[in-house]
Design a protein around this ligand. Sequence first.
Ligand code: AHR
Length: 629
Amino acid sequence: TDYTLTVDPSGRGPSIDDSMYGIFYEDINRAADGGLYAELVQNRSFEYDRADNASYTPLTSWATATAGSAAAEVVDDDGRLGERNRRYLRVALDGPDAGVRLTNSGYNSGVAVQAGQRYDFSVWARTDRAAGTPLTVSLDDASGALAEPLDVKVESDRWTRYTGTLTASRTSTEGRLTVSAGGSGTLRLDMVSLFPENTYKNRPNGMREDLARKIAALKPGFLRFPGGCLVNTGSHEAYEAPDWERSRSYQWKDTIGPVEERATNANFWGYNQSYGLGYYEYFQFAEDIGAMPVPVVPALVTGCGQNRATDDPELLRRHIQDTLDLIEFANGPRTSTWGAKRAAMGHPKPFGLTHLAVGNEENLPDEFLARFTQFRDAIEERYPDITVISNSGPDDTGAVFDRAWELNRAAGVAMVDEHYYNNPSWFLENNDRYDSYDREGPKVFLGEYASRDNRFRNALAEAAFMTGLERNADIVKMASYAPLLANEDYVQWQPDMIWFDNHRSWGSANYEMQKLFMNNVGDRVVPSEASGTPAAEAGITGAVGLSTWATSASYDDVSVTSAHGRTLLRDDFSGTDSQWTRAAGRGSWQIQDGAFVQSDTTAEDTMVTAGDPRWQNYDLRVRATKKSG
Ligand code: AHR
């Protein structure tokens, strides 16, 4: 087909903000504990509960072994470490032969350690034995010791934090951390923790380096956090201790201050969240990666399948006040109540919050807007420079969407958060979605979108769609793919941008594509016009990919090349990583260290070879050089 593209380099299209492309981080797929949050001990404060997940007990991921007349149990009594960290392990050591071994199995296959790396151990403990209680801390796997054991002596009956360092002598992904004690008296333990000494930017209580680096490599313009459905759900519930812990209501105030004083809570996605990665850490991380922080607070109208609005003026008042306090926490002087808490945590300077979203995917637009405007009015009265972001519900179109937009427009909302998850063909067909949006109305924040898979064709369809976002950069001000992270052994939602286990992480094809756009944000749109119809308009119908027959064992070199000879994807298997075999059976495209992986072993349409008719529209060539012999 004849196709002419006319570009006018002197023409001035809309300018594109540096914050155009960002990331949406939600604690879904165990993105925080066992993921971005570098803590290696699972259920470190014995707070796992059936209310979080039917399979949990307070000893989930722990094994206890006692000798002689020792007994160990998790209790919640007056001896607790704090009002929000209620449970602890009480060990009764009643005789000279009494002993206990407490072993944690970490996340995925275990505690992952690397030879030569240092790991910071800490525990809160107390003992009523006058002579103190010696603890031995060891790290082992099935092949034996992974580090020289550490001796720690618990010396008083007041809760105290004891620390030490373990240096790994071997690399292992199946480590177990064991704390052993003997003697007599009552020993109490809580917050048993092991942290790699190296965290991203060496922040204490910080982020896992490989994941944080992958995120930073995107050069995100903003960080939307902490959800998602995680944010709203449960916000209508009462907030009285100790019930808050199990309410699923995400309260930002629960997530700051010393980690041992933070509550833990049921996560909307069906597990426990420790809040070790909390609001301070999110703001700090945003600053570390040069991203504008965009927190999302609950609007007291619950979407995410639970359509319900709160009619409790006192609860609404409290949430509005909490939001004002959040702004003070981020931006207030160190002399202010909440600014002082930020300063005490190590950041006297304000974080420079400019945008904040109220609500996520509410399905009841009238109820939502009625509450949203109360939040907005209170915020604008006190902080007129903050942009308060509204939303349009969970869909890309339909009655709720239309009504939400109508109300948002009528209320003169500054920016509306849209979300959609669709097939790749939808993304190809909707490149012009924003061409017709009202230029006088609210701006758009595309806070969540993805085509439904992690294959190359999905990334390609999203890329095509993003050219439409960019062309409309005067109205579409921010956009973020969703979700960002997934631990491959605890998946609630896919596709996801970055995948990981307890020691590896790999970006999907969608990640590589986002990186391309995010690292090359233009200054302005250059007007262009097209005549004719490109052949690919019919959409990508066949899978673009190679199946797992392309493994390092049988091939020297695999590449996908365009008709113009440009190499789009290539792996010459020179890397040391075993990513090809690693990904087998996971059903997604993954890119690691610049190499691509198609891991779908089942779908027949992934068996694409050169000459396959499904490739012809795209003129892509696959070249796979077989190993001799
Ligand atoms: O990104 C996953 C979920 O999708 C988010 O929590 C929610 O906002 C949307 O429905």
